[in-house]
Structures are given as C-alpha cells and as structure tokens.
Design a protein. Sequence first.
Length: 182
Amino acid sequence: EHHYIRCLKPNQTLKAGDWDNDFMLKQLAYSGTLEVTQIRKAGLNVRRPLKHFYNYYRICADDPAQLRAGTVTKRCELLLKQLDVDVNKYRVGKTLLFLQNYDIIDTLDKVRELRILEHVINLQSYFRMLKHYVEYHRARRAILRIQGFCKSWEIRRAYVEVRTSARMFQRHARTFLAHRKF
C-alpha cells in the first residue's frame, strides 16, 4: 500500500509565521484528507479495493444473477445487502470499501469457506457419479454382450437339434421309401 506525504502551504504569500486557516482548510478538503479523517472518525478503519472485494467474496452471494449491476460499486452494495451486513458498518466509496472492523471480514471469510466447501462437495459427488456412470455402462455393455452370446448359443443349439432331427427324419423317410420300392 502506498503512502504519500501531502505538503500544505500555510498561506498564499509564502511568508513565515503567517497562518491562513481558510486556505489550509481548502487544501485539506481538496487533497481528500478531510474525507479520510471523517471516515476514520466514523470508525470505518478497514479498507478494501472494490474489485478485489467483489471478486473475492462474490462466491458468497445467495443469488449471483442479481449481482449483474453495471458498476462494481453497485455490485458490492448488492453483495453486502444479500449477505445481511449492517448498513451502518460499511461505506462504499468510488474505489474502496470501508468497513468498521475485521469482524465483518472474518464472518465473510467463514461464509466463503463454507460456500467453497459446498462447491467442492458438489464437484466430488459429480465426479463420483461420473465414475459410477462409466462403470455401470461398461458393465451393462458387457452383460448385454454376454447375453447376446448366450442367446445366440441357445439358438444355435436349438438349430443344430432341429437340423439333426430333420436329417434323421429324412434318413428314415428315405429308408422307408427305399424299402417300399422293393
């Protein structure tokens, strides 16, 4: 994090010992120092860049479809609203999110860990299901192939039986006809 030193001029005439309160106040307001002190005075000591905060904690959202607002500021506000964070404990700036204390971050981290764990469990169950699906279909194909072999063997055996019977019948018939001619 960068720290800058802001130099202030005590007066416009640049004379020593001459202190212009209005001029100093304008410089402090222009440089944003007054806003920073107001934010610090309000107790919003924890600062996070909006993009980083949103990208890191968006997995915690109950309804991610609602977070499709145009600006990252709106998205962060919607995310914090979905997570039921007290409005008095944060302020959303142009580029930074100001939080009252680290308890909010700790709570959000716990929610994030739980959501990641849910996703990990879902992925694990999906891949286990996929493994069993592949094994099931491999076994099913093998069973169908074995059934096909068994059915064809039974049909072949029945065919051979019928053919043998037919040949025997034909042999007896020819013998009978041959005896009849004589």
